[in-house]
Ligand binder design. Structure first.
Ligand code: PLP
Length: 821
């Protein structure tokens, strides 16, 4: 192994030229020699691959430079462990961050190829469900932008999140095959492979000096193999690595079995290993609770830690300084088993004593919590955990004993408090609590919005917070402005550049200077024209995909995110039904023309969420075919919500729906994307909406409904939804229509269970918030009719959302948690 600190021996190739002529020649060269195609017969996919290969080569130079720099300066490395990375397409991101967009466009043009056509062929890398996975992707880009030496670690799922089709109004799940045409962005790293064990036994060995040491003898082993994708920061400042693990059998084929005629049996091992990286679990707010999921969690945590320790030891030849040179961030509890695995590697493999290993582990690891719902926190049955990870179970008992003793001795914890913080839930069948494990094994535990962090201290982690009052902190989520402004909204970006200059491209908060233009009639006109162009672009997409014609002068009211009862798509649909009813009853009134646009996937096993999708489609069919409301109200459910679709929807929104039951959305990031692009928000005081109101000003956001405290109080006091429904004529009528089959004449009882749920418990306060929501929508209508006032508010939203850049979030993590960068 050559010592990287002596680069003088190596002569690196000169940086490649980026003029369109050279780029075009390079593209032809890749097409010919790497893909083996003549330009005359090349298909659009071949052009895409050739283009990516050319861009990739330009990235590699900077990638290696970034790696060398970290090595030479001894900088702290940050490792972001996440079971999900919802990346979307990479090509536009890379081109734009390298500043090569126009040059490549030119180069392809000279070859008769349209970059927009070719770039649209890139499949979305959908290795995540929703907000949590998208956050990981935004963070990767921001860590490169802010020049932090970082690695993302996850799983290279062969099948990412399912593709959603809508058939007769119902969600149908189809497999996603994003790797079908190969993936020119990734590099297979055959040299970076690790053994991952499962099951087996633990043996103790007494060393010559009398110490006991434990050795895990797994019954099964698989190989984790690495695939690397370069992540380019803004202006190409730094290139970091996203390392995704794939699973391979140790013996791809059992030759003895094969030769003995057992052809199926010979391949069984191989199939079993590969199943680990086969599919992403498609639920986003409830734990899967299945053995394969725990295997996935351990598989990628162990591979990542072995890789981290190998890299560290190669440079420093000791682990005593691990916490000074390494920060490991756990994205939710999915990688929480890393706490026990790092302990095992330090103690059993590298000879550390338990307490010393615990110091290092806790100083190295930190954890981000993403949900408060107690039922959504991951736990595993002790017998399963013990069978799959026997040594880790022992370590967990060891950690538990240590911490519980400390709590009793030093903080006089009561038995009840001890039961609450224990790593083992003893209330029924014994279960391992991954949230508590992540908490105890971390020096920092952060929530993702101010409200969520406060609620964390009061609810799920109340007792652990008493034990360690300095550990919980807040890091409000953010979004990368490169993807969620520059790329998805080129029209607005150009307008901003010509109005306030380029500073906001490097410091998003410089958007504040736009405040001066909020009331400027000239600027308002330009801002409105950009919005209209974006709406026309979206209308064309919807027309071509669904055959539905939308009027771009109507208000585009957009509600897109995972379908979940707490996100309350149902509240919005009921309001649409009520509005429909009112328009028909009072055709003489001046109704504001609206298009209500929905999109989102439901977890395949989530019955009510799938029923809500069907309801949205049934309501859409009825309303859209009724001439009585033509031109005034349309409802659209756009299939297959993903990052690329979000990039079309976000810039086209006039109104953004962020209406979760207060106290239930940890942060939200969809809310930030829309407001940054000049949509007004109608929303509850939940998650980051609270801070958005502080930034944009209460007069520029439409807040309604119960706050988190009121929701909690109502649930305690015995909320009475029946009385509320009977007291609200509009709500009662809408629910009656839905429940009696007005929208489902083929199956009149289809939605009666949804309606009954509202009458009986209304857990999500849909009935509880309905009147406030409907009134807020009418207030929005009022604002819409005053165009000047509307655009002043919209412009102020764009001007004041800069703080929600993920660059700001990452700088806070780096300074306050990682001590890096
Ligand atoms: C931003 C984003 C999300 C998160 O949206 P929320 O409204 O915060 O739930 C989910 N999915 C995709 C594709 C996104 O781009």
């Amino acid at each position: 192994m050559k010592n990287l600190s002596e680069p003088s021996e190596i002569s690196y190739p000169p940086l490649r030229s980026n003029d369109p002529v050279t780029l075009a020649a390079d593209i032809i060269e890749r097409l010919t020699y790497r893909i083996g195609k003549d330009a005359k017969v090349a298909k659009p996919h071949d052009w895409l691959t050739a283009t990516i290969l050319v861009v990739r080569d330009r990235i590699i130079d900077r990638w290696m430079e970034s790696t060398r720099k970290t090595y030479e300066t001894g900088g702290k490395r940050v490792y972001y462990l996440s079971l999900e990375f919802l990346i979307g397409r990479l090509t536009r991101d890379a081109l734009s961050n390298l500043g090569l967009m126009e040059e490549i466009r030119e180069a392809l043009k000279t070859l008769g190829v349209d970059i927009d056509v070719v770039a649209a062929l890139e499949p979305d890398a959908a290795l995540g469900n929703g907000g949590l996975g998208r956050l990981a992707a935004c963070f990767m880009e921001s860590m490169a932008t802010t020049d932090i030496p970082a690695y993302g670690y996850g799983i290279r799922y062969v099948h990412g999140l399912f593709r959603q089709q809508i058939a007769d109004g119902w969600q149908v799940e189809l497999p996603e095959t994003w790797l079908a045409h190969g993936n020119p962005w990734e590099f297979e790293r055959r040299e970076s492979a690790y053994e991952i064990g499962f099951g087996g036994t633990v043996e103790s060995i007494i060393s010559p000096d009398g110490d006991a040491r434990f050795v895990w003898k797994p019954a099964e082993r698989v190989i984790a193999g690495a695939y690397d994708t370069p992540i380019v920061g803004w202006r190409g400042k730094r290139v970091n690595t996203l390392r995704l693990w794939t699973a391979q059998p140790i013996d791809p084929i059992l030759l003895d079995a094969f030769n003995a005629g057992d052809h199926i049996g010979a391949l069984r091992e191989s199939n079993k290993a590969e199943s680990l990286a086969r599919v992403l679990y498609p639920a986003d707010a409830t734990p899967a609770g299945q053995e394969l999921r725990l295997r996935q969690e351990f598989f990628f945590s162990s591979a990542s830690l072995q890789d981290i320790l190998r890299r560290h030891r190669q440079q420093y030849n000791t682990f005593d300084n691990l916490a000074d040179k390494v920060a490991i961030q756990l994205n939710d509890t999915h990688p929480a088993v890393a706490v026990a695995e790092l302990m095992r590697l330090l103690c059993d493999v590298h000879g550390f004593e338990f307490n010393a290993a615990w110091e290092i582990t806790r100083n190295t690891i930190s954890y981000t919590n993403h949900t408060l719902l107690p039922e959504a926190l991951e736990t595993w049955p002790v017998p399963l955990f013990e069978r799959l990870l026997p040594r880790h179970m022992q370590i967990i008992y060891g950690i538990n004993a240590k911490i519980l003793l400390e709590a009793r001795k030093e903080k006089n914890f009561t038995d009840q408090q001890i039961r609450a913080i224990s790593l083992i839930d003893e209330s029924g069948n014994r279960r391992v609590r991954m949230g508590n494990l992540a908490f105890m094994g971390s020096h920092s535990i952060n929530g993702v919005s101010a409200l969520h962090t406060e609620l964390m201290k009061e609810t799920v982690f109340a007792d652990l917070h008493k034990l360690y009052p300095d550990r919980i902190n807040n890091k409000t989520n953010g979004i990368t402005p490169r993807r969620w402004l520059n790329q998805c909204n080129p029209g607005l970006t150009s307008l901003l550049r010509e109005t306030i200059g380029d500073k906001f491209l490097d410091e998003t908060e410089a958007l504040q200077s736009l405040n001066d233009y909020a009331e400027n009639a000239e600027f308002q006109k330009k801002f409105a024209a950009v919005k209209r162009e974006n709406k026309i672009r979206l209308a064309q997409l919807i027309q071509s995909r669904m055959g539905l014609k939308l009027d771009p002068s109507a208000m585009f009211d957009i509600h897109v995110k995972r379908i979940h009862e707490y996100k309350r798509q149902l509240l919005n649909i009921i309001e649409a039904v009520s509005l429909y009813d009112q328009i028909r009853s009072h055709p003489e009134l001046d109704w504001v023309p609206r298009v209500k646009i929905f999109a989102g996937k439901a977890a395949p096993s989530y019955h009510n969420a799938k029923l809500i999708i069907k309801l949205a489609n049934d309501v859409a069919r009825t309303i859209n075919s009724d001439p009585a409301v033509r031109g005034l109200l349309k409802v659209v459910f756009v299939p297959n919500y993903n990052v690329s679709l979000a990039e079309m929807l976000v810039p086209a929104a006039d109104l953004s729906e962020q209406i979760s039951t207060a106290g239930m959305e940890a942060s939200g990031t969809g809310n930030m994307k829309f407001a940054l692009n000049g949509a007004l928000t109608i929303g509850t005081l939940d998650g980051a909406n609270v801070e958005m109101r502080d930034w944009v000003g209460a007069e520029n956001i439409q807040i309604f409904g119960m706050n988190a405290e009121e929701v909690a109080q109502a649930r305690l006091d015995g909320h009475n939804p029946r009385a509320i429904i009977e007291g609200s004529r509009e709500l009662a009528q809408a629910l009656h229509a839905i429940g009696s089959g007005v929208f489902s004449p083929d199956d009149p009882n289809r939605f009666s269970s949804l309606v009954d749920g509202l009458y009986q418990h209304d857990w999500f306060m849909v009935a509880g918030d309905f009147d406030a929501y409907a009134a807020a929508q009418r207030a929005i209508d009022q604002t819409w009719t005053d165009e000047k006032s509307w655009f002043a508010k919209a412009i102020r939203n764009t001007a004041r959302m800069g703080w929600f850049s993920s660059d700001r979030t990452i700088r806070q993590y780096a300074k306050e948690i990682w001590k890096a960068g």
